[in-house]
Design a protein around this ligand. Structure first.
Ligand SMILES: Cc1cc2nc3c(=O)[nH]c(=O)nc-3n(C[C@H](O)[C@H](O)[C@H](O)COP(=O)(O)OP(=O)(O)OC[C@H]3O[C@@H](n4cnc5c(N)ncnc54)[C@H](O)[C@@H]3O)c2cc1C
Length: 433
């Protein structure tokens, strides 16, 4: 089978690894990954415009927390990969919630308690990391598994209903256009997915919407404050005029402090280029009365490295058909407050690969499933949606409730946020780095 993965972010790379692990007769399948953006580690913010930033979290750099469920998927995929992801990041055992006025609102353990009696069932905790850090671990695993990421943008997708083949047009960095054929196209191309557009057309009701919230963030090289080291924690502070979080993104010994600040902007800024000085001035203004000295220290030293307008996707009636399937943010971009985007992408990748394993294997289990390989692939695509979309729906709904709390809140609401913070389960992670 020829498989093309559009997008080399967390969902795309994880899909490659799960398919390589689970597909029966691995040598009979070719899997290509196309990625439109080379990883950005050094490009200056001023060289990026908002449409680029909205296109891809790859260009944002940024930080994220992989929740225990996502870490468990990594362990099941490959314990060694799990361990390198955990080792390069920060083991955030607790979420600490505060009010901008300095009040402590609550502490919540992130650990899932482990799975008793199961080998590899050790407790998983949230791992805070730069997105780049997680991506590099996955990328190394892909390369070690013989995978290659081609830096080219998918610009056109056509399905030949007669042969069932999917034709994928790509443009490489030199502007050369090529057309590739696939039996399965996986759209792992994020919130502004072209694969989703090929499936649903230009209908606005299937397009992402801006949440009205944007975030800025970065990384500081500085000794870590005790608030996040004893015990290892991520700190989330809610205020009347926004939200501020800090944590480390590296092991405790590293002195790498990650921070992010979220604020309401009713419409996307309409300037073409982003002005880091103006963003910094707004950051200082927004947090100047916040009580936590760590927030003040970060704000005074911060160099704004990224800005991210947040987009969410309406729920889709399916995640694919006839040889084309969506995974990760392309299928269900959710509010970052859920802290589940990366973990849900990992769950999609694992579920898709396990379904294909069952449906394509010629063994005992699949004797009752009839049909050609293409028909079986289409059953896998449908089952992925049936199995995964109720879970994604539940998380999206939870995200909406939490998101309602992090926009600007009044003094009285801030007072009552103690109750809210307690109700947030392990989900309140809002990272922009
Ligand atoms: C501010 C913010 C904070 C977040 N915090 C968290 C968190 O704490 N925990 C968490 O789990 N998740 C978090 N997330 C979500 C998480 O980053 C995403 O859910 C996750 O990265 C999804 O990965 P993905 O691979 O589906 O999409 P992406 O990371 O967007 O990757 C898609 C890839 O496809 C590429 N691509 C796009 N179009 C094309 C094309 N036409 N051709 C080829 N390639 C293409 C892009 O360049 C990109 O590399 C956060 C997101 C944001 C925005």
């Amino acid at each position: 089978m020829k498989i093309i993965i559009c997008g080399g972010g967390i969902a795309g790379l994880a899909t490659f690894l799960h398919l390589r692990k689970h597909l029966p007769n691995p040598s009979t399948h070719s899997i290509k990954i196309y990625e439109s953006h080379r990883p950005r580690s050094t490009a200056p913010l001023s060289s990026l415009d908002l449409s680029t930033l909205s296109e891809s979290t790859a260009t944002v750099g940024g930080g994220l927390g992989i929740s225990p469920n996502g870490m468990r998927v990594l362990r099941e995929l490959d314990p060694a990969l799990h361990d390198v992801v955990a080792a390069q990041g920060f083991r955030a055992e607790n979420f600490v919630f505060k009010g901008a006025n300095g009040w402590a609102l609550g502490v919540q353990r992130t650990g899932d308690g482990g799975v008793r009696g199961v080998e590899g069932g050790e407790e998983e905790v949230c791992i805070a990391s730069s997105r780049q850090g997680v991506w590099e671990c996955l990328m190394r695993a892909v390369e070690e598994g013989g995978g290659v990421v081609r830096y080219a943008k998918v610009v056109g997708i056509e399905r030949d209903d007669g042969s069932g083949v999917v034709r994928v047009r790509v443009v490489d960095e030199e502007g050369r256009v090529e057309t590739e054929e696939a039996d399965l196209l996986v759209g792992a191309d994020g919130v502004k997915s072209v694969v989703r557009t090929a499936l649903f057309g230009e209908d606005e009701k299937f397009k992402p919407t801006y949440t009205g919230l944007s975030g800025v963030g970065g990384f500081l090289s500085t000794p870590l404050p005790p608030a996040i080291t004893h015990p290892p924690s991520m700190v989330f502070t809610f205020g009347r005029n926004g939200f501020f979080g800090y944590s480390s993104s590296r092991p405790l010994s590293s002195e790498s402090l990650m921070w992010w600040s979220t604020f309401e902007t009713s419409s996307l800024p309409n300037t073409k280029f982003i002005d880091p000085a103006a963003i910094k001035a707004a950051l200082v203004e927004r947090h100047k009365h916040w009580a936590d000295p760590v927030v003040q220290d970060i704000v005074s030293k911060a160099k704004v490295e990224s800005i991210y307008p947040t987009w969410v996707l309406p729920e889709l009636p399916h995640w694919g058909e006839r040889g084309v399937v969506l995974v990760g943010d392309a299928a269900h971009a959710m509010d970052p407050t859920t802290g589940q985007g990366a973990s849900q992408a990992l769950e999609d990748a694992q579920t898709l690969a396990l379904l294909l394993k069952e449906l394509l294997s010629t063994g005992e289990t699949s004797r009752c499933i009839t049909g050609s390989e293409k028909q079986r692939v289409d059953v896998a695509i449908k089952l992925l949606y049936d199995i995964r979309s109720p879970r994604a729906h539940e998380i999206v709904e939870r995200g909406k409730k939490i998101a309602g709390r992090k926009a600007n809140v009044g003094v009285v609401e801030e007072y009552f946020m103690e109750d809210n913070a307690r109700g947030c389960e392990s989900a309140v992670v809002y990272l922009v780095g």
